[in-house]
Write a protein that binds this ligand. Sequence first.
Ligand SMILES: Nc1ncnc2c1ncn2[C@@H]1O[C@H](COP(=O)(O)OP(=O)(O)OP(=O)(O)O)[C@@H](O)[C@H]1O
Ligand SMILES: O=C(O)c1ccc[n+]([C@@H]2O[C@H](COP(=O)([O-])O)[C@@H](O)[C@H]2O)c1
Length: 189
Amino acid sequence: MKITLYFGSFSPIHNGHLAIAHKLLKEKLSDELWLVVSPQNPLKEEELLWPEADRLAMVQLAIEGKEGIKASDYEFHLPRPSYTYQTLLRLKQDFPQHSFNVLIGGDNLQAFDHWRDHRKILDEFGLIVYPRPGYENEELANHPNVTLLNAPLLDISSTEIRERLSKGLSLVPLVPQKVADYIQTKNFN
Ligand SMILES: Nc1ncnc2c1ncn2[C@@H]1O[C@H](COP(=O)(O)OP(=O)(O)OP(=O)(O)O)[C@@H](O)[C@H]1O
Ligand SMILES: O=C(O)c1ccc[n+]([C@@H]2O[C@H](COP(=O)([O-])O)[C@@H](O)[C@H]2O)c1
């Protein structure tokens, strides 16, 4: 099978992520999409991230009943921080029957040059990139292993959700109701 991996901190997952996931499957660019929860993005501060088990639980709630999408805790069992190329090599070893590529937002493409082994990710696996406001990387966008996905842009970020939570504002419609309910049962700060 052709599997697309959507790596993220997902602290928390929101409707922007889900819109992209649905679009990818609708365009039939892959057989399955795996949402891989990264315990520790090498370029992110640890204190901004909610506990990984909660982040995974919220991804699972958000995709419940949705065909073709899976939540993955694969990186929970790998060394930290979560270097994507290392994860890809392990996945290739563990699932030799599948082929993998990586879905990223244009904002991550901008910073992609700073990812460890980014050239190898590009050459050996390939990227599917969708636009994010204000970000471009023309050189990479023209690479033969980069596919562009023309997806809807929802101006939502996990940061905004955490800010709304700290102000006591409603989280719907930025996240699915089940995720909002989950967050209310926790004491995240
Ligand atoms: N509104 C959105 N629409 C589409 N993709 C998004 C959106 N927000 C984030 N992404 C993408 O989803 C992936 C995972 O993002 P991440 O978990 O860091 O969410 P985030 O909202 O950017 O978080 P934060 O605000 O904490 O930085 C990244 O590739 C990022 O580019
Ligand atoms: O491999 C790297 O060097 C690398 C550098 C920055 C980000 N990443 C990965 O990119 C994914 C998206 O990160 P985030 O926090 O924006 O959701 C996440 O899985 C990170 O581990 C990976």
